[in-house]
Design a protein around this ligand. Structure first.
Ligand SMILES: [Zn+2]
Length: 252
């Protein structure tokens, strides 16, 4: 069976004491998502020899915490150099997070938009993070309309964001919170995603799926999210894994 994990954070998984390389060896493909400018070099070294795991680099909305508007352009130039130097295949994760007060919404939006435009210029797909900000994320994606469609990672179930994403050709990726008892809405939304636009992920070390919830997460645990998604969609895990593998192959 082909198992993919479309979004995880290798460094943080290692920090939690889990064996990331064991996870790599059981995956058919994956994306190691970037959080800041500092982690790119180390992650790029870690991924050497694991050609099926792709490097993504970017500044997430949390980077707005210690930035001002004047820092956005120089930081973006630094990111561009690092993407080039380490041959990053994706630009992400980027987006908006209004759950935590990172900087100001204006600063988060400036950082998100400038990186979306950079991705467009470099011909890279983006990995989008959205928390409590579906309306502004939708507006920005619609106004930039990336030439290459990206993915909404850890989709939170927002109807508006789903519509925007599908209109713009984006893929939708579900994480381990799909398995949480209280997330019936998310499972209902899964049924609305066209099968060829569906991806699955861990967002490890976060959002550990049931039955391992409470422990730190690692990419290998994505199989539990596959099982949950397959039962929601009323197809076999084998069928789902072939479909998601095909989707991921198109995406990369
Ligand atoms: Zn992430």
């Amino acid at each position: 069976m082909h198992i993919i994990d479309s979004h995880f954070h290798s460094e943080m998984v290692i920090e939690r004491g889990l064996d990331i390389k064991a996870s790599f060896s059981m995956l058919s493909g994956g994306i190691d998502a970037g959080c800041s400018l500092d982690d790119i070099q180390r992650r790029s070294e870690l991924l050497k020899g694991h050609d099926h795991i792709h490097l993504a680099a970017a500044m997430g909305p949390w980077c707005a915490s210690d930035m001002s508007m004047d820092d956005v352009d120089p930081a973006q130039q630094d990111l561009e150099r690092k993407i080039d130097q380490h041959h990053a295949r994706f630009l992400g994760e980027i987006g908006l997070d209004y759950y935590w007060n990172y900087g100001t919404p204006e600063l988060q939006k400036a950082l998100f938009e400038s990186q979306m435009r950079l991705a467009d210029r470099l011909g890279l797909r983006i990995l989008v993070h959205c928390r409590d900000a579906a309306c502004d994320v939708s507006d920005l994606i619609r106004s930039v309309r990336p030439a290459k469609a990206g993915v909404i990672h850890c989709f939170d179930g927002s109807e508006e964001l789903l519509q925007t994403a599908l209109d713009c050709g984006f893929w939708i990726s579900f994480a381990g919170n799909l398995t949480y008892k209280s997330n019936d809405n998310l499972r209902q939304m899964l049924k609305k995603v066209p099968l060829d636009k569906l991806l699955l992920e861990t967002d490890a070390p976060y959002l550990t799926p049931v039955p391992l919830r409470g422990k730190p997460n690692c990419p290998a645990y994505v199989v539990h999210t596959y099982e949950c998604a397959a039962s929601v969609l009323e197809i076999s895990v084998e069928q789902l894994s072939e479909q998601v593998f095909e989707n991921f192959t198109c995406f990369v």
